[in-house]
Design a protein around this ligand. Structure first.
Ligand code: P70
Length: 461
């Protein structure tokens, strides 16, 4: 090894302010877990040591963003921070019109209400919980048209977020283009393991949808992470910068919903961005019913300022490389110990493949929920179930959906944890893996009607 000179890179920031963490004992964690009904969403954050529940709203803002908060213009109407945000969205995402919303699902609600009629179908590259629910509440039916590889955790296709154009054509033939208002395409597909789509696939999708007069609505929540994968994996994009790739991606779509709590390095915020004036007019009108006036959409002026500043930082190559680099670091360490994870390693998270982790456990015993609980018990690391509990029930038959992927997500907040935190989390998972055969499943004892994973409760079998 002596001759092999290792050259590391590190984060492009240093730490200025710290937030103390509480260390808990195993006994304390046992009590906390029972109180939370074995659901990591119901734990108190105080009882969590390393919080990998989500990358949503958990980002560390920069000094520039914090300084921006002091420049919040909290006028009810026409805040200058709205115009700053509008400029930034036009410059980096390229859409003409902006409607701010309090977070991503606010934008999903508006677009679903505006574009979906009862009986419509909305194809997409794998479902996302809130996105699908809003489509269903508007009377639509979501249809998964992601490539088959996405449902196979060990398939190493570099663009597992791609849309299967044949599946889409078949759907168009079956139901008719008039019943498909838009295709819903997400960057680094969350439920598939943070997997990107390629620019080539998006361009082909544009051609096909143009032929049939179908629109494309982009879930741009993690579009910048998708752009990083296009740069590093797709031929022809190595020399383009992240901002150019992002702009090009958006140019092939008609509008976007955004949860700024991810890519855009803030703690709250979102928007709907559109090119079509009529749809914008309706969105601008509806937002005042559900969110707030069209120049703040449920946000404070300071939140919009932090978001506008976040966009500039989020497209910096050094930032995104360090962000995805941290996820890769953990993924590679787990792979070295043969812990089964979804491959390739995704953008915002590592996904433990629970079907291979607990081959003895039937899906109805909630293997991913069980594993998330067990990891918390072991080390105070909080993760999230992304399997049968998240998938919910079929609204017609009332049966559970049995998703092919039964995963536990370790999601990395941006700019928050150090490499040492990553090591602690990894070692804990390796320990749980070593005693996997002794672990028993769960039964559900309380099930809420909507998005049940947030509040469901369980008991040990
Ligand atoms: C997560 C969060 C939010 C999200 C997303 C994509 C691709 C839209 C949204 C909604 C939070 C979450 C939400 C539901 C279940 C579990 C967790 N994802 N599109 O942790 O945005 O939360 O701002 O309304 O990932 O992945 P918002």
């Amino acid at each position: 090894m002596k001759n092999q000179k290792r050259r590391s890179w590190a984060e492009p920031f240093k730490i200025k302010m710290v937030e103390p963490l509480k260390m808990t004992t195993k006994h304390q964690r046992e009590t906390a877990l029972k109180e939370a009904g074995f659901n990591t969403f119901l734990l108190r954050s105080e009882d969590v040591y390393i919080d990998l529940l989500t990358d949503s709203g958990t980002n560390a803002m920069s000094e520039n963003q914090w300084a921006g908060l002091m420049l919040g213009d909290e006028a009810y109407a026409g805040s200058r921070n709205y115009f700053h945000l509008e400029d930034a969205v036009r410059k980096y995402y390229g859409y003409k019109y902006l409607v701010p919303t309090h977070q991503g699902r606010g934008a999903e609600h508006l677009i679903s209400k505006i574009m979906i009629k009862p009986g419509d179908f909305i194809p997409g590259n794998m479902y996302f919980t809130t996105t699908r629910l809003h489509q269903e509440l508007a009377g639509g039916t979501f249809v998964d048209v992601i490539i088959d590889a996405a449902h196979n955790p060990s398939n190493t296709n570099p663009f597992k977020g791609n849309i299967d154009l044949q599946k889409l054509e078949d759907l168009i033939k079956k139901v008719g283009a008039k019943k498909i208002p838009y295709v819903s395409i997400a960057g680094t597909v969350n439920m598939a393991g943070g997997q990107p789509f390629s620019m080539k696939n998006l361009k082909q999708l544009r051609e096909l949808t143009n032929k049939h007069g179908i629109k494309i609505v982009f879930d741009a929540t993690r579009a910048i992470e998708n752009a990083y994968f296009i740069k590093t994996r797709e031929t022809g994009y190595q020399d383009k910068n992240i901002a150019e790739i992002l702009f090009e991606m958006c140019s092939h779509t008609d509008g976007a919903t955004m949860s700024a709590k991810k890519d855009l390095l803030v703690n709250i915020g979102g928007f709907l961005a559109l090119n079509d004036w009529d749809a914008f007019e309706e969105a601008r009108n509806l937002v005042v019913v559900y969110e707030g006036l069209h120049t703040y959409g449920g946000l404070a002026g300071r939140d919009m300022e932090a978001m506008a500043r976040g966009i500039e930082e989020a497209v910096m190559f050094d930032h995104i490389r360090a962000r995805i680099g941290q996820v890769e670091y953990v993924g590679n360490k787990l792979l070295e110990e043969d812990v089964p994870i979804v491959e390739p390693i995704g953008g915002h998270a590592i996904f433990l493949d629970t079907k291979r982790f607990f081959p003895h456990m039937p899906q109805i015993e909630f293997p991913a929920q069980t594993l998330a609980a067990e990891i918390y018990l072991d080390s105070g690391v909080r993760t999230m179930e992304r399997g049968i509990v998240s998938a919910g029930r079929n609204k017609e038959t009332g049966d559970h959906y049995y998703p092919k992927l039964e995963l536990v997500r370790l999601t990395f907040p941006r700019r928050v944890y150090t490499q040492a935190h990553c090591d602690v989390a990894t070692e804990s998972i390796i320990d749980v893996y070593e005693r996997r055969n002794t672990i028993k499943g769960l039964k559900m004892i309380y099930e809420p009607k909507y998005l049940r994973f947030f509040q469901a409760r369980f008991e040990k079998l």
